[in-house]
Every structure is written in structure tokens, then in C-alpha cells.
Design a binder for this molecule. Sequence first.
Ligand code: DGL
Length: 267
Amino acid sequence: MDNRPVGIFDSGVGGMSAVRVLRGLLPGEDCIYFADTANVPYGTRDAEELCRLSVSAMGRLAERGVKAVLVACGTVSANCLEAMRACAGIPVEGVIEPAARAALAGSRTRRIGVLSTEATARSGAFTRAIRSLDPGAEVFACGNSRLVPLVERGLVSPELPEVAAAVAGALRPFEGTGIDTLILGCTHFPLLSEAFAAALGGSAALIDSGREGAQSFARLLRERDMLSGRRNGGALNCIVSGNAGAFAGAAGLFMPSAAGELRIEKA
Ligand code: DGL
């Protein structure tokens, strides 16, 4: 048993796709969420810069005495997981391998699409993870930089023309590939799930990388006997490096039930 809080990290509100699942699974855990909104988007940065930002984020979470960290960011998981593990001294889980496993478990054709940020696509991390689990799988990976800014502004409804157009554009590279499963490999993207489902019309199942990362992190805590002794009532404290008001608006939209209990402080 370990009553220290868990840490969750993303560049912005995207990691809330993991937090909402984690809090459903482990409602007794205190959570400290660090959103590096002063530096969002991460997906257009190079690996060296990403590692510098990620190691600094790890320092902020370590200062708060977290017992383990969920990197609820595909871009950081793809480019810096080992760097974060090396400096952490505590368990660190990412979203790549859990999402790869879920995609393979659900796919019949073994033709899998991965939509992520550009930095994640460049890293090749999803393709490597899927192929190491199933060398015969075909992977179609593509990066996109238009969607994250929309989500950060709270624009996610499929009824909004700019959302529908951006999602349709993001899916265009997958046309004709025959994929039956699409990994939303950036944790911002599951917040656009409705728009993706509408555009795909059932042609491919969606894998939510935030959800898969959260489930795997919960398993890790349980297996290592690191769960808190409480059954419920865990707090959710958010630390943001940028504008706290903008973060509160977007985060409240994605976790309406938690909006009242969200505590947000400026880093
Ligand atoms: N949510 C992050 C990811 O999963 C980062 C998006 C960004 O900041 O570009 O990749």
C-alpha cells in the first residue's frame, strides 16, 4: 500500500483522456496532473527539445512526491520514455505499447492505422511496438498537426465545420489502406472520438491511447502493491505552466463531472 499521489503528464488537456479513465478505475488515488501548456504543442518539436521539456516536467512531479508517473502523451511516450525512466527512480508508464497491444487484440485484418502527432510519426515508435508484437502486421502511420490546437481551444464537436473538415483531412491518408483499426496515438485525439466515429462510419475501430495507457498504469500499480489504502475520494490537482483559465475551460469540458473538484494552480 502506498498513499502518495500518482503523477500524470501531458503537454495540455489531452492527457485528461487518460485521467478520466484512471479516476474511474482507481477513485481512491490522489492525482497530480502536470500540463505544460506554456509549451504546447509538443508534436511539432524535435526529440532533443522534447526530452528537455519532459525531464523538467518529471522534476516538477517528483517535487510533489509522486509514487509513479503516467506519461499521458503519445509524443513524449514515443520520444522520451527511456529518458524519463532514467531520471525518475519510480515506475513510469507510457501509452505506446498498451495501445499497440489493444489494436492487435481487436484487429482481424492486422492492417492497423496510427494517427499521431508528427513527432510521434517521425519516431516510428508505434510501428516498432506493433511489429515487435506481431511481425506480420501492416502499419500505416501518419502525423497531423492541425487537431491538437483545436482540442486545446475546446473545439471537439463533429457539428463544427472546422472540426469535421480537420478530422476528414486527418483521415485522408488512410483511404484505400484497408485498415480495420485506427489507433488515436495522440491523447488529444480521443477527445474528438465522436467526430472520428462519424467520419469513419464504422469502417475502422478506434483505439484510445489515453484509455489504454491508464488501464496499463492501473495494472502496474496493482501488481506492485502501490495502490492507496482509500477506496474513493482521491483528489485531482492540476499544475499548468501556461494560462490556468484556458486549461480550466477545456479540461472541464472533457471531465464535466470533475469540473467542480478540479484544483488548478499555475506552475
Ligand atoms: N497529447 C500529446 C500526444 O499525445 C501531445 C500533443 C501535442 O502537444 O502536440 O502526443
